[in-house]
Structures are given as structure tokens and as C-alpha cells.
Design a protein around this ligand. Sequence first.
Ligand code: F1P
Length: 610
Amino acid sequence: MCGIVGAVAQRDVADILVEGLRRLEYRGYDSAGVAIIDNESQLKRIRRLGKVAELADALSLEPLTGGTGIAHTRWATHGEPSERNAHPHFSGDDIAVVHNGIIENHEILRNYLVQSGYEFTSDTDTEVIAHLIHHELKSNGNLLDAVKRAVHQLDGAYGMMVIDRRDPSRAIAARSGSPLVIGLGIGENFVASDQLALLPVTRRFMFLEEGDVVEISRQSVQVYNAKGDKVEREISESSVEHDAGDKGKYRHFMLKEIHEQPDAINNTLEGRLNEKQIIEESFGPNAKELFSKTEAVQIIACGTSYHAGMVARYWFEEIAGIQCNIEIASEFRYRKSFVPKNCLFVTISQSGETADTLAALRLAKETGYMASLSICNVPGSSLVRESDLSFMTRAGAEIGVASTKAFTTQLVALLMLVTSIAKQKGLSKEQEAEIVKALKEVPNKINHVLQLSNDIEHLAEEFSEKHHSLFLGRGNQYPIAMEGALKLKEISYIHAEAYAAGELKHGPLALIDTDMPVVVVAPNNELLEKLKSNMEEVRARGGLLYVFADTHTKLSNSEGVKVMHLEDVPEVIAPIIYTVPLQLLSYYVAIIKGTDVDQPRNLAKSVTVE
Ligand code: F1P
């Protein structure tokens, strides 16, 4: 969603800000803008509807010079996507603000500010912040205090950065409900909504806490907590790759990330397994003790991460023999739910900043869960900082909006979690060793699937002319069918529905005809015969089947049935491996359809508003 980049430096910062915005493009946006205080202490701004490249073109025709500036990519919430609604927003010629999040009481504040003589030039909630700070500055000339007073009047979520042309030596940033990180340089400091934006200029970062307000100058960074007290925040060195924002030899980030999966999973596993065992301490120093007390698990997530949680439910109840519930965060947070005894609350999130997942965690902390654990890909993210335990998936930066390597590394992490808890519930050493062996095979097995790319590309050609599709699976492959359907609709805009194959007769069979391709995930397991019957049901009604199976299934091409054979894989890791051909299928269908694979329409990478 929206992205923020800002700087207080001696050198000209326009290029740094635009490069930062470019590195945040993957989050999804509809307009972009930059404002800089020039050498005559004037605020200069350029905004453009559309891509960052258009903003960069405008800047090359009309360069902005100056060392203090803010920049933004906007994903419209209040007010249509347009240049006048793009950030930065000004109050008069003095104050400029960029903001992520939503101000819920903006209407009341807007009325108050209009009565106080302010004129609004946009339909955004953000403009309220600019005028409010300007208004507060009238009673006290200090920008820091004005921002502190203004944020107390805001309901809702914000990550923001503010500059005042009358004092270019400093900027103020504040966060509540929207992530913000300070990048520390030498004689210059930066702000961004994601560290990725600042990797070209620094690797030293300070993550802000909820309610923090920060004064940033070239030489110093002073943080004030929600109570207004001066506080120190930890400084960490980023290990994210500098070139994480480059596509390398690949045409799209999504394809690069699909191919990175074997390495990403090796990273997830590294140092966390010994020859035959999972090292439980990987989940935290007191994890073992906590796992021995765990009698139930509640998993919460959104989107693709939710599908990972659904697979984990099958694993938890089968391998660890304990109750596992899974729910979408946006539902869980708004209903009264039963809290089982000694229940571990597990959140799954690539970004660690998904607003609903974070709200669900905060709710869980008040409602009596035994402890919380987050499975996450972004160190220092809100979810990680607010959970008792965390396990980093180490997938590396994921830029494509449609999640791929984050998902398969989440599955690996979850299988490790299930096994660690199962050990406390009587899983034998032999069973554990078998799972560990299977986990170590995952990267190679995925490499084999990647070699099927050309065949899957051919399959995609037939698929791309369709408008609707069904995905079927049974058991722990049912969530994989759901994930396959989600990928297809996200990036190719083809309507795709997933069903547990046993549900076919209860409705969706009515949809089957030659225009409705049916994708089936069919590894050899005890449910295969049932699945074969479901496939017969489709064939008998003229439906076309696209089946992903292994050779043991004895399934082969016949009229109306295309079978793509994968290598045999241990059953426990089959959901991880069968995800990959579905990712490739969606990718190639989207390529043929010519959609924007990495930044599909209307979607954002990190959903930081509810
Ligand atoms: C959840 C999610 C992603 C999806 C998209 C929007 O994010 O639904 O699965 O790919 O990027 O958000 P997260 O909580 O896993 O970061």
C-alpha cells in the first residue's frame, strides 16, 4: 500500500527519494509525489498520477534541489486517484506531510479546520494532518510539539513525516498503526515505511514503536514514546540484500521469486535442523517449555498466509494430535471467540504489518491465550516485535504482490513448528527423523518442478482463453487448490474457485462444461481413489481436466484430460511441492494475457489498513 521515503541531508536528495519510491512500487499505488525544501527555503512539489517513472521524468525536466524532502506513493482510500489527491499535502506554503494509514475522525477535524479558516485542496484525510499541524504551530512555534499535539487529536492509523520550510534542518516522523523505520547515515538521516527503500543509502535501521514521535536532523535522531518521554530505540544492521529490488535475469519479480524457492527454503532450514532432529530453540529460548504446555493452537492470517495456516491445521491434528483452529484475521478480530485452555496463538504473515492480523494479535493478548508466536518474513516488523515468540522465514525480500516464496517458506516453518510441538506430545524419534529427511528434500524436489516450466507454459496457452476455472484438492491439498485459485485470479484476472473435491456434487458440478477448466492437485495418497471419482464426475459432464500428479497415480493423458507428472515426493511435504506448478501456471497464463504480473490491478503487497 502507500509508501513513504524522506531525508534530512546536506546533499540533494531528490534522486534518493525517487529511488526509494521505486523500491516501494511493489507495494501497490496509483500516484506518486515528492516535496523538497530548496536552497531559498521554499517548498517545491511535483506529483503525478501513475507510475514513479512518470514522476522521475517530470523531475528530470524540472529538477528539485535541496537536502530535506519527503516522498510518497499513494494507494487511494479517501478521494479518487488523481494528482490533487497525491501526497505530499501542504498547509499553505509552509508545511508538507506524507501519510500512510487512515484518519478515522477526519471529517470532524476537517469541519473544525474549515471553520478556523483553512482551505482544502484535496479530498484526502491526510490534508487534515497538514492543516492541523499548521494550526497547532500558531500557538507554539516548535514543529515537534505541534506534531505531538496534533497526533493526540487523530483517531485511526498513521505513519507520517512532516517538514516545515521555515526550518529545513529537521523533520518530524510519527507512527501509530502503520510501520516506519529510521535509516541512520553519517551526517544524514532518513525515514521510510520499509527498510528496502533505504538500502542504497544505509544498512543501519531503527524501528519505531507504536505511538513514537521522532525528531530527525542531519546529526541526530531523538525518539519520544507515546507518553512523550525521551526514549532510545535499538539500532540494527539490516541483512536484507541490497539488490533485493532488482529482477536480475528474470522478466518479472514473481518469476524470480518462484525460482528462488529452493534457496529460500535452504535459508529457512539453515541452522535449525540437525541430522535427524528439529532444533526447537529456533522458535526462541523458552519454546520447548511452552510447546510442552501447548494443548491447542489458534492460527490467524490473511490471504496466502491464511492458506499456509490451513495446511498447518491438517498437520497439527494429524502429526501432533492436538486441536488446531484457523481463522481469517478480519473475522476473528470482530467476533467473540472461545479461548481453549493452554492455547498457543500463531500468526502467519509475510510482511508482519497486515493491519487485521496485527489487530487480532493485540486482541489475543487481552483474551487469555497462553502465548503468541509469529511466523514472519520481515525482521523487526510489528508482528514480530509484539509476539512472545517469532520464527523468521528468511525468504528474502518478496516484491511480487502475489506471494510465492513467502508461502512455501511459511509451510516449511509450519511443518517445523508442528513437529516441534508433536515431539512434546509423543512423536517418536523415527517419525521426527523422517520429517526432517523430507524437509531437507524440499529444495531439490522444487528444482525438479521448475524444470517443468516449458510444459506448464504450453498448458497455459489453452487456459488463457477461459474466463472461469475450478481448482480441486482433498485433504491437505485442498488449501493448495485454494492457493492455486488465488494466484490465478490475482495475476491473470481469470475467475477461479477452489473446492474440496468432495463438495463438487453439492453445487459446483452444475458449472461444468467445456469452458470451465478444472485443475486438480492429485498426488498419490490415500484420498487418490476418491479424487479419481471426482475427476470422472467432471469428465462425464464434458469438463476439461488439468491434473498435477505423480507417476504412482497411474493417471495419464486421455481425451479431455491433461496430466503433468511430478516426481514422487514424501506425502508430508507434498503440499509444499504441488504449490509450485500452480504458481507457474498462473504466471504463464498472466504473461499470455499481458497483465501486470508484479503489480496486479487494485492489489497491494502490504495491507496496512483494514
Ligand atoms: C497477506 C496478503 C498476502 C497477499 C497480498 C496481500 O499479507 O493477503 O498474502 O499476497 O500481498 O496481503 P501478509 O500478512 O502475509 O503480509
